[in-house]
Design a protein around this ligand. Structure first.
Ligand code: AMP
Ligand code: MG
Length: 423
């Protein structure tokens, strides 16, 4: 569906930009505009770590598969335990983990049992080794025990036929452990998402080349690569595309042939050499939004054939902010994830004054610290210009300042969004 919104009102960043699209609205529209891929593959469970489950998992067995002891001790029938005083029990043998005592327990007996050992038939209670006195082939047990204590029932973790995981879950270390506990050797996951990206701009040089007058090194392809690496996606680096209509068009076509998602940086302003919007409009469908945010105001979103297109601004900090706020959740959804797609936020006390003008939602770069357990403070990571990438290097969170905020004084609380280990 074609949807174009161009805000032609003059707007400067000092004004209240009421005509702009809000951050949450842009996030919602982008999430609505992408759908999950359909391809899947079956992998050995270890290789599926970090991948997104494409099938529901139903337990084929009981876990644990047998009722067993949670302690080293003695398995008895609760009915035989004394109400008061001490009772002596003959001990006919031992149930080891993996080497059960197969005879049923006789009334009045206590079978020695190890942690994980199968409960002998008829026994329902385990008394800890530390609470008894063993003498030769007998054991003396006192009062004060509860029927069923220290026993793990078959299927108490997972019962046969129980739904264990739902498709859309990203598999963690615990999850692959659970799959192994079910005896499953393979699992069906979504295939990896293919993400192509390139930079646009005549001024861009690659590292290793000398810089001519007015030229800069292309850093966006590196930060984008780094952020994509954190997602388990297939990365297709398509290099730098010069600001020429036909080259931009060729790059778009090539990318759409191979990728599920295409990310570009630069060329989305309304400058003479900004061909991203018109090319997208020509080849597919295009939405262009000026978003009431700082940094990263202009963002283009659309589709070319089957591929989803994200046109991010050129400034290095804007690329990282818009990627994190808009692209990452969309890629997670496309990859098949159904859990929470955004990043969590928390409240922290500000230790440096934060300057802000009302009008736009700001993602200031901050350093979140924990001076004491449960206590968070945050300070500015330094100069906040959208071209100052160093502030991203020094930061570990975004400080979220809503459009009405006029700045923050030390001691006040703000909402922060940690991004460490996420991008
Ligand atoms: P644009 O959106 O193309 O007008 O670019 C906005 C600003 O970001 C300009 O100062 C560009 O030089 C800069 N820029 C664009 N692409 C890159 C890049 N790949 N690496 C570093 N800076 C860039
Ligand atoms: Mg440019």
């Amino acid at each position: 569906m074609q949807e174009t919104e161009i805000n032609n009102q003059p707007s400067c960043e000092d004004e209240l930009n009421t005509g702009l699209l809000s951050v949450t609205e842009a996030q919602a529209r982008i999430l609505e505009g992408v759908s999950r891929i359909t391809g899947t593959e079956t992998l050995p469970v270890r290789e599926a770590l970090g991948r997104i489950l494409a099938e529901d998992i139903v337990s084929p067995i009981d876990v644990p598969s047998h009722t067993n002891s949670a302690m080293d001790g003695y398995a008895v029938r609760a009915a035989d335990l004394p109400d008061k005083g001490v009772r002596e029990f003959p001990v006919p043998g031992t149930s080891w983990a993996g080497r059960p005592w197969l005879a049923p327990i006789e009334p009045g007996q206590a079978v020695q049992i190890m942690t994980g050992g199968m409960m002998p038939e008829g026994a329902d209670t385990v008394v800890m080794q530390e609470q008894v006195e063993r003498e030769g082939d007998t054991v003396r047990i006192g009062s004060g025990h509860h029927s069923g204590q220290n026993v793990r029932a078959a299927g108490e973790d997972l019962a046969t036929g129980q739904q264990v995981f739902t498709a859309g879950k990203q598999l963690t270390a615990a999850d692959i452990g659970v799959l192994a506990s079910l005896g499953l050797g393979e699992v069906c996951v979504f295939r990896r998402l293919k993400v192509a990206f390139f930079s646009t701009g005549d001024e861009l040089r690659s590292v290793g080349q000398p810089l001519g007058p007015g030229e800069i090194y292309d850093s966006n392809r590196y930060s984008l690569y780094g952020m994509l690496k954190k997602l388990d996606v297939e990365i297709i680096d398509m290099g730098v595309v010069r600001d020429r209509r036909e080259l931009v068009e060729r790059a778009f076509r090539d990318a759409a042939d191979v990728a599920d998602a295409i990310i570009t940086s630069g060329g989305v302003s309304v400058g003479e050499a900004d061909y991203v919007k018109e090319t997208l409009e020509k080849l597919g469908n295009m939405s262009f939004w000026k978003i009431a945010m700082k940094p990263g105001r202009p963002v283009t979103f659309g589709h070319i054939n089957g591929a989803v297109f994200f046109g991010l601004p050129g400034n290095p900090v804007s690329v990282m902010v818009t990627y994190f706020q808009f692209v990452r959740p969309a890629l997670l959804k496309m990859a098949g994830e159904t859990g929470s797609l955004g990043a969590y936020t928390l409240r922290a006390r500000v230790t440096t004054a934060l300057r802000k003008r009302p009008g736009r939602y700001e993602f200031q770069r901050g350093v979140l610290e924990q001076p004491a357990p449960g206590e968070f403070t945050v300070r500015s990571a330094g100069a906040q210009g959208s071209g100052i990438l160093r502030s991203m290097s020094e930061a570990n969170c975004f400080i979220l300042l809503d459009p009405t905020s006029t700045g923050v004084e030390p001691g006040e609380e703000v909402e922060v969004q940690p991004f460490q280990n996420l991008i």
